[in-house]
Design a protein around this ligand. Structure first.
Ligand SMILES: C[S@@+](CC[C@H](N)C(=O)[O-])C[C@H]1O[C@@H](n2cnc3c(N)ncnc32)[C@H](O)[C@@H]1O
Length: 322
């Protein structure tokens, strides 16, 4: 219920509309195209959860929570809310089967794996890519303060280039390559041009199970390995290892699951990865084992920042383990 209610507000751009000035329910219902009575009831339910506020004069405004539904805030959830209530929601209908079988059920719901399905559904792919780009604004914060020099950064599965556009915008000596599936090419090239970095950053269509560009100083895997089980994640790492120089660095932006029973968002994201992709979130010990299997040595897992960064170095080939 809450997922669908939030998505209705996200689709209608309600948080953007009331960010300009508080508005009335009839005015908002008209601009969002929603039934006025239904809109009022959705809003009432959400306001009770701290998402939007309706004052005594009937004027709607944002709360700290609904601010995140705006398009233009860092870490905006306006688009991921729509994926959660749309294609992801359809897949969750089969969650019981995912838990019984221990694997992804996207094919049951959508007829093919999630990323294959997105390639054939441009409207949903655009929403998903916008969601990832909004999230990469947060992930950028975890990378920006590093001691960057004039390096070539290869963002594997970099979507439409949001992370590199932000990073190269801040560090003008950096060069970049975004690698992703062909259906992301047009949006990525437009974003890189819009960011004014097309002369330093290119988009390469590719399959990270087959080949990634060689010679990168730093390889980035942001929100990639958690989409895959250990066997597939190892194959991605091995593709990176084959392209990397002994001196290359690997930066993984993914959760580091804490041990124990404490609350952590990644424990729920882990279930989402299981249901949607057959993937998983990992503890530091699991990252260490996975990285060795893929030809890398874990150097550091930074779990204190806003977004964890896992740093690794290539293993000398004779030290690799299978
Ligand atoms: C969860 S998104 C992460 C996007 C981005 N790295 C970020 O942090 O926002 C996973 C990305 O992997 C890409 N992808 C999936 N399968 C791929 C493959 N076989 N080769 C290259 N990219 C792939 C998807 O298109 C998508 O952009």
């Amino acid at each position: 219920m809450v997922t669908q209610a939030i998505a209705a507000m996200a689709r209608g751009g309600v948080a953007d509309a009331v960010a300009e000035r508080p508005r009335t329910v009839p005015e908002l219902a008209a601009t969002t195209g929603l039934d006025e009575d239904a809109f009022r009831r959705v809003l009432r339910a959400l306001a009770a959860l701290g998402i939007f506020r309706v004052d005594d004069d009937g004027l709607v405004s944002n709360t700290p929570s609904s601010e995140y539904l705006r398009s233009d805030v860092g870490g905006s959830v306006r688009w991921i809310a729509q994926s959660f209530a749309g294609d992801h929601y359809r897949v969750w209908e089969y969650a019981a089967e995912a838990f019984e079988q221990g694997g992804a059920v996207a094919e049951r719901a959508l007829g093919e794996s999630y990323f294959d399905w997105l390639a054939h559904h441009p409207a949903e792919a655009e929403i998903f890519n916008r969601a990832m780009a909004a999230g990469s604004a947060v992930r950028f914060e975890a990378l920006v303060e590093r001691a960057w020099s004039d390096e070539l950064v290869v963002d594997i599965g970099g979507g439409t280039g949001g992370l590199l556009a932000a990073l190269l915008g801040r560090h003008t000596g950096l060069r970049g390559i975004v690698v992703d599936l062909p259906h992301s090419a047009a949006a990525a090239e437009a974003r890189l041009a819009e960011a004014g970095i097309a002369d330093r950053c290119t988009f390469v269509s590719g399959d990270f199970f087959a080949e990634v560009p060689a010679g990168g100083d730093v390889y980035v895997l942001s929100q990639i390995l958690h989409d895959w089980d250990d066997e597939a994640a190892t194959r991605i790492l091995r593709t990176c290892r084959a392209a990397a120089e002994p001196s290359s660095g690997l930066l993984i932006l993914d959760a580091v699951l804490p041990e124990g029973d404490g609350a952590h968002l990644a424990k729920l994201l882990d279930l989402h990865m299981l249901v949607l992709h057959g993937g998983r979130e990992r503890t530091e010990a699991e990252w260490r084992v996975l990285l060795r299997a893929g030809g890398f040595e874990l150097e550091r897992a930074e779990v204190t920042g806003a977004f964890p960064v896992i740093e690794a170095r290539p293993l000398a080939s004779d030290a690799e383990t299978d």
